[in-house]
Design a protein around this ligand. Sequence first.
Ligand SMILES: [Zn+2]
Length: 99
Amino acid sequence: MPEFSEHQPQPGDTVGACAHVIQTQLTTGDWGAAHWFQSTDATLGCIGPDGQTKKVQMDWMVLCPACFVKYRNDWSKAPLAGFTTWESTEPIVQVSGEN
Ligand SMILES: [Zn+2]
């Protein structure tokens, strides 16, 4: 039985994901068998409305099983390909680790 953490994204949290998770979400509409990490370190560069690149800090990281295995010893270095803002309507998640 999976254990569900009491910790999960709150509405407004920034959730970053690897490209594989993003692809799964685009094609199936859900997060798939992803691993969730509560993070205070991970950042993702993105281009703001002013055209300048800036770093966005992730509250959470979501990795596919392959990225989880590859980066499990230093998951803060896992490549994030995009992010979203968590909404209250989304389901509870299982948390794989915490920073
Ligand atoms: Zn991945």
